[in-house]
Design a protein around this ligand. Structure first.
Ligand code: NFS
Ligand code: SF4
Length: 635
């Protein structure tokens, strides 16, 4: 049995089957990698130039410098910020894609897209100081697109990115400008890191880390604009009931999984699944087409359309093993290359769609926003074709899934609160925080890693904090963990929330017409949607006239692994949030870097990293961080 690999019973079931059928998964490949390289784990291996690789002996009894003379502090800092740069590039590319689509729409070149949420568009215009009144939609889209794209092209270093400036408290912006870490241009922040980490350039660990902070804020900027523009195009999420885990696959349907991150594609796959229903039935699938989500694309379509979530990052191979998945449609990021090889053993078609993400073994159907419907139709038809090759005798779907109440955008949270106080919706939330019914807010974000039992730390920390009356928010694959485990339900609130938190969640839920409490963990969306949580925190901070680093708000990434997660964790710290990491970051080879990230940065931004691999201890530390903030606020 593989009981120690995941908390998710579906995963453990499927891993047994995988073993019986000699199918390799990420967990097997992890074991094959053991023991992992100690130099790499500590971050002291440098491959920046071809004189290397060089490695510094962390025990002090071997070489202490690379050939060029770089010591452990320089090497660790360089490695770390190169990761942040990659994360920033990935998130922001997603944001750029959104902005460019708006521009294409304004030029009539993306005819299949529409603005589903006019109010959000108007809010965005107001936020960016663009007058909407009297303007035609095309003109407004163009102005918003150009203002947004200026955050990728501005050359004047004294002007911070607009999407940063307009979405954080004034006092925070001032602080970031003073520190010289408010980015003026997202792409420039990435390029700056690549330039300064070239051999023989920046060797000062603090200077390197500051540029990492700047890039992470560029990452934040790219995420904020990606989320907001997606909402305008596809709708701002509202509470929705759906389900999560492999049981959402349906034997009588053509099952299509959408994985990756980009709603520009997945929204149309969902539309086409409806449009091509009759073709699916003709092909023999009585139930039509069933779209399910994986990873963050899964979160995007869950939030906006109530599409069920099949699984989160680490178990993305397993839907294929059910024999019931007809197509896996992916765009960019967090897609395991193993899927190509794996789908060769099944009837499942792996379909890649983006020019910058091709995988050997996949069918590539390039997706263009100009022809969104046409490409999506082609993709869904490939799934129908693949279905015809499905062997029903081999289908084995674990009959397990949990109910999920998702869709908690900041707007949805405010709307629910406004049923308590229409004139001043944030007041009830603030009052409860002040009087201690809610002790603080914890945001869970990030990935999965086979280094720990999948989902376990998320669930453990959440239970501990809920019991102590901390309000819980989640995004990304963390949200996936909670969704699968039934933590996004009213029942979970009744079971795990402390008394005062339970009463608050019940009062809000009932007045909002949910016939019960809000779920224990509020699903705020995909990883780029972490900015939804920030916008809620900023609204609270602005209301009481404090900065984010004074709020009893913490973040936790118990299973972080991607460079995007490193970037997110870093901007959380840059914005002033105590941020927990549940896996050991690859920086421990430099005491100086560790000291900056866990201590010295407190004096600069008010935020800091804490590393704790034991989930119960982690919950305790997060709670203590909340209490320290409460004390300073005098509440
Ligand atoms: Ni976030 Fe989403 Fe998941 Fe991690 Fe990857 S899918 S963007 S990076 S693994 S949470
Ligand atoms: Fe070695 Fe310096 Fe080259 Fe890194 S940059 S590989 S430490 S010589």
């Amino acid at each position: 049995m593989n009981q120690n690999k995941s908390c998710d019973p579906c995963v453990n079931d499927m891993l047994v089957q995988a073993k019986q059928n000699h199918i390799e998964t990420a967990w097997d490949r992890y074991e094959q990698q053991l023991p992992q390289c100690g130099f790499g784990q500590l971050g002291v291996c440098c491959r920046v130039c071809w004189k290397g690789p060089c490695r510094v002996n962390p025990l002090g009894n071997g070489p202490q410098r690379g050939i060029c003379g770089a010591d452990a502090h320089t090497i660790v800092a360089r490695n770390l910020i190169r990761g942040i740069a990659s994360g920033t590039a990935a998130h922001s590319d997603h944001g750029r894609h959104m902005a460019k689509t708006l521009l294409e729409m304004s030029e009539g070149e993306a005819p299949d897209y529409a603005v589903k949420d006019q109010k959000k568009l108007a809010d965005i215009a107001a936020k960016l100081n663009i007058t909407a009144e009297g303007k035609e939609l095309k003109e407004l889209l163009r102005e918003i697109a150009l203002t947004t794209l200026a955050d990728f092209s501005r050359q004047d270093e004294s002007i911070p990115c607009t999407w940063l400036e307009k979405t954080i408290p004034e006092s925070r912006l001032k602080k970031l400008i003073q520190l010289g870490i408010a980015p003026h241009n997202i792409d420039a922040a990435v390029a700056d890191i690549m330039a300064r980490t070239h051999v023989g350039t920046d060797a000062d660990p603090v200077n390197l880390l500051l540029s990492g902070l700047r890039s992470s804020l560029a990452d934040y900027t790219g995420m904020a604009l990606a989320t907001e523009l997606s909402d305008a195009l596809f709708g701002t999420p509202e509470p929705v009931v759906t389900a999560a885990n492999l049981g959402v696959l349906k034997e009588e349907c053509i099952n299509i999984a959408v994985g990756g991150h980009n709603p520009l594609l997945s929204e149309f796959i969902c539309d086409m699944a409806l449009e091509l229903h009759d073709e699916a039935v003709q092909a023999g699938a009585a139930g039509g087409i069933n779209v399910v989500g994986v990873c963050c694309t899964g979160n995007e379509v869950l939030m906006r359309r109530g599409i069920p979530l099949a699984t989160n990052y680490l178990s993305q191979e397993l839907p294929i093993l059910t024999g019931a998945l007809d197509a896996m449609v992916v765009d960019v990021q967090c897609i395991m290359p193993s899927l190509g090889k794996l789908t060769e053993c099944f009837h499942t078609r792996l379909i890649t769609t983006m020019n910058n993400c091709k995988i050997p073994g996949a069918t590539h159907v390039e997706f263009h926003t100009q022809t969104a419907k046409e490409s999506s139709r082609e993709i869904v038809r490939l799934a129908i074709e693949a279905y015809k090759c499905r062997n029903q005798d081999k289908v084995n779907i674990p009959q397990q899934s949990s109910t999920v109440i998702g869709g908690f955008s900041a707007e949805a949270v405010v709307a629910a609160l406004s049923t308590l106080d229409a004139a001043d919706p944030l007041k009830p939330l603030l009052d409860h925080i002040v009087n201690g019914n809610i002790q603080g807010v914890a945001l869970f974000a990030g990935c999965n890693t086979p280094k720990v039992m999948q989902d376990h730390a998320y669930l453990t920390i959440a239970k501990e904090l809920a019991q102590k009356n901390v309000l819980l928010l989640a995004t990304g694959c963390g949200a996936g963990a909670f969704a699968k485990a039934g933590f996004m339900t009213m029942e979970a609130t009744d079971k795990f929330a402390g008394d005062s938190l339970k009463a608050v969640l019940r009062a809000i839920g009932e007045s909002a017409g949910l016939n019960g409490p809000l779920p224990l963990v509020l699903h705020m969306g995909s990883c780029v949607d972490n900015t939804r949580a920030v916008s809620l925190a900023v609204a609270l901070a602005n209301k009481i006239g404090v900065d984010i680093d004074q709020l009893p708000v913490v973040a936790s990434a118990p299973e972080c692994m991607s460079e995007k997660a490193v970037a997110i964790g870093t901007w959380a710290v840059a914005l002033g949030i105590p941020t927990h990491l549940g896996v050991i970051p690859q920086v421990m080879g430099s005491s100086a870097v560790v000291d900056v990230l866990t201590e010295k940065v407190k004096d600069l931004t008010g935020g800091y990293f804490m590393v704790e691999t034991d989930p119960v201890q982690a919950a305790q530390k997060l709670y203590e961080a909340i209490q320290a903030r409460r004390k300073l606020l005098g509440i």
